[in-house]
Write a protein that binds this ligand. Structure first.
Ligand SMILES: [Fe+2]
Ligand SMILES: [Fe+2]
Length: 310
């Protein structure tokens, strides 16, 4: 499925309207000082959600309730810090992209709605981290530097690839949040729930923009750029999905989780399926755009993201 430039303009207009009608402020719309939302890292509602493969390990079950809750709270805080590191890079890329646009470009206004929303997300994520008091690190240092040097500049020189990175970060997070919010077996801390509901509402627009951007621009690309996308897509998604979904190194160290427990949770049937499902929408889009070649399909399989069942 592709998008013509007229359809793209209509879609961007709709996203602009929705951004004005339904948006959130990190401080006005979250009752940070409401006692019902008080953040205590040993609150049992911080225990890991059922969708997390680590929750189903014997090691996790053997921990006492305060240790399990603390680990779960660290997990949320770590996700939020990684989330805003990603959003910070994304905002810089969107600004670079907007910097190059001419008068009347349909996406100019929407890019700024998205940048503003990502700033609000960054504020709410860091506020949660501060209130947890936990020493979460976010994205590994090397990845942060590599992304600054090589991914942010793509927004100007190869914006289609930049928006593929955007999908690589946003799609797995969105998938995880929707699974957690709709899971009857998970009792969520109300502060985490509030943050996730705000985030999924606004991220739906960001994902829609990035998907339509690819649908509009990929058909116009030449052979070499399409080949680049076909090869890079599974690698980008393989790294990004793991970064967003799997326990971070500082979490493992801080909570003293044995490495083999983390490895077996990640490699469990549920862990591998979660990874595949988390990129399902982007994978379908890449297939529809004709960017899966026989050679790139083996890369999708090698990074554990190809799903023959779907
Ligand atoms: Fe966000
Ligand atoms: Fe976003």
């Amino acid at each position: 499925m592709t998008t013509t430039s007229d359809e793209f303009t209509v879609m961007v207009g709709r996203l602009n309207r929705l951004s004005v009608e339904r948006h959130f402020d990190a401080y006005a719309d979250i009752g940070w000082d409401d006692p019902a939302l008080a953040l205590d890292p040993v609150d049992p509602r911080f225990e890991l959600p059922a969708v997390d493969p680590l929750r189903h390990t014997d090691w996790y079950r053997r921990q006492g309730p305060p240790e399990r809750a603390r680990l779960g709270c660290y997990r949320w805080a770590a996700c939020m810090k990684t989330g805003w590191h990603f959003e910070n890079l994304l905002q810089r890329g969107l600004l670079r992209h907007a910097f190059e646009l001419g008068n009347g470009a349909p996406e100019f206004r929407y890019l700024h709605h998205e940048i503003i929303e990502e700033s609000q997300h960054t504020l709410m994520f860091q506020e949660f981290v501060n209130r947890s008091g936990l020493p979460v690190r976010g994205m590994p240092w090397v990845l942060r530097r590599l992304a600054e040097w090589f991914v942010v500049p793509l927004a100007r020189v190869f914006p289609t690839l930049f928006f593929l990175f955007v999908l690589g970060g946003e799609d797995p997070v969105d998938h995880l949040q929707r699974r957690v919010l709709s899971d009857a077996d998970t009792t969520l801390h109300p502060l985490v729930e509030r943050i996730m509901r705000i985030h999924t509402t606004e991220e739906a627009r960001h994902l829609s923009f990035a998907r339509h951007y690819l649908q509009r621009t990929v058909p116009e690309l030449g052979f070499i750029r399409r080949l680049h996308l076909a090869i890079i897509a599974p690698l980008v998604l393989g790294i990004m999905a793991r970064l967003m979904l799997q326990p971070s190194g500082d979490l493992v160290r801080h909570c003293g989780i044995p490495r083999d427990v983390v490895r077996s949770a990640n490699r469990s049937r549920a862990g591998r399926q979660l990874l595949k499902d988390s990129v399902a929408k982007t994978r379908t889009l890449i297939v529809e755009l004709g960017l899966v070649t026989p050679a790139s399909k083996s890369l999708w399989k090698a990074v554990g993201l190809w799903d023959d069942a779907r």
